[in-house]
Design a protein around this ligand. Structure first.
Ligand SMILES: [Zn+2]
Length: 254
């Protein structure tokens, strides 16, 4: 277990295994991209879903990392790691080699244009995969609970397919250097948490408040996640990624 994954598993366990799994496989991907393309500066443009935490691998690599968000004071206040990025508002964000965002452009394609204005080399966008079997479960959750959807699993279906995402980047004049699926464990992406489900049905009242988490033993959680990543890397499941993948990514070159 490296330092990044140890910190994720120690400090972010309360997010649940699905979210933690997503952070770990995404972290491995981001680290690989930085090695492959030799970025020196990174900007995550808007962090409502990630909270910026997925930049920890970049920070470990010694890169210049900026986390930009509308509510930057909150982002700074809850930051759990000792390595700190630069925090910025969206308006004052600097240029960077790689500008990335998670689960934002399917809600508002203008986000992509703002990202392009800040990118020197690449933009990287992730969107939730409409074909994942969790999508109808997520829809059912809102139908039954009548809770308003604040999750990232919204937005036009065409932007939540690989072909649609690639087309969007090409329409902006970008050369798409890679695209594909990530985060493909044998668990559907239901998007809502079991905590939300219990709250919606009034089944829970122990009032855990979000804030800075306390550290837990990372080893058992990491072992469970490692077992799931082996599933994701099996040749037989690779071909099923268009369905199993929770998220689609595309990288566009300026
Ligand atoms: Zn929702």
């Amino acid at each position: 277990m490296d330092s990044v994954e140890r910190q994720f598993c120690a400090l972010l366990q309360d997010e649940g295994i699905g979210t933690l799994y997503e952070r770990i496989v995404k972290g491995r991907m981001l680290r690989g991209l930085a090695e492959k393309y030799g970025y020196t500066s990174i900007l995550e443009f808007g962090i409502p879903v990630t909270r910026g935490y997925d930049n920890l691998p970049f920070l470990e690599q010694g890169l210049q990392v900026t986390v930009a968000d509308a509510d930057v004071e909150h982002a700074r206040a809850v930051w759990p790691f000792s390595q700190m990025p630069t925090f910025s508002t969206l308006e004052t964000a600097p240029m960077a080699d790689l500008v990335w965002s998670f689960a934002r452009v399917q809600l508002d394609v203008a986000v992509l244009d703002h990202m392009l204005a800040h990118a020197r080399r690449h933009v990287l966008v992730f969107v939730p995969n409409i074909l994942n079997p969790g999508a109808p479960l997520h829809a059912a959750y809102h139908l039954v609970t009548r809770a308003r959807c604040h999750h990232a699993e919204r937005g036009p279906a065409r932007l939540r397919t690989r072909a649609g995402l690639v087309k969007l980047l090409r329409q902006r004049g970008l050369h798409v250097v890679d695209s594909g699926y990530i985060d493909a464990p044998p668990i559907p992406n239901i998007a809502f948490s079991l905590r939300e489900l219990r709250d919606a049905f009034g089944l829970r009242s122990n009032g855990a408040t979000p804030g800075k988490p306390s550290a837990k033993d990372p080893a058992p959680m990491w072992s469970r996640i490692e077992a799931l990543t082996r599933f994701e890397s099996l040749p037989v499941t690779r071909s099923m990624r268009p369905i199993l993948g929770h998220h689609i990514f595309a990288i566009g070159a300026m």
